[in-house]
Ligand binder design. Sequence first.
Ligand SMILES: N[C@@H](CCC(=O)N[C@@H](CS)C(=O)NCC(=O)O)C(=O)O
Length: 257
Amino acid sequence: MPVEYVEFEAARQAKGLRMIVVPGIPSPWSEAAKGIFHVKRLPWKAVALDSNSDAMADWAKERSGPVAFFDDEPPRASWPQILLLAERLAPQPALLPADLRDRAQVFGLAHEICGEQGLIWERRLQGVHAGLTDAAGGFPKPVAEYLSGKYGYRAAEAARHPGRVVALLEMLAGILHAQRSAGSRFFFGDRLTAVDVYAATAMAMFKPLPPEQCPMMEFIRPTLEAMDAATSKALDPILLEHRDFIYHEFLELPLTL
Ligand SMILES: N[C@@H](CCC(=O)N[C@@H](CS)C(=O)NCC(=O)O)C(=O)O
């Protein structure tokens, strides 16, 4: 079932589960949250983010997506909050292990993908820096300027981003290789966890799914795919094989952007 989009005011007045999502691009934070709801068969309504809307910002306390709402509870804008809400509303299938040590590992890995200084955060800042400095592969300058103010770009830290992106890709690929040797196609244990969803959706920042599966604003695709030789080498095929496996077996295709 494709995602059902409704007008903002209708969503604000509704009960149940609603979520503001980023339209037009396969933004990993939004696509992961959508994927988690899909895996759990949670019914929900989507609202396209309009970061210029003061009324939407007043509701969401944010000008970014995703932001999830359940009934009259406060908005949830961070990936762990949204994951925990989904776990509460639909405990099965669980995307977090019950064992607390395992759960801590899954959360740790998820942070290294989604959180500040994690893979997609660093990758975005890498594209922002390239865009601001007219280097190859950056976001178009107005986009880079917009994102730089919003997501913690600091020129003094920009030298860190490329190496961190490479190291994180290598770390994730290393886990998948070890798991494959142990007979598993998943990041953790032998079944789907939230990390699989985050890692699969994160690949959009390197190699978005083809247009028939991911109909997006095509002008941004070359920016997402641009990478230097070291990043290209670190983008081990096992990461894209894992993405394809997770999308085909567990997530919804084509994406509804
Ligand atoms: N708040 C989220 C991250 C949200 C985020 O980075 N959203 C970006 C994704 S590209 C966004 O909304 N971009 C569109 C915009 O800023 O207008 C979290 O920390 O889990």
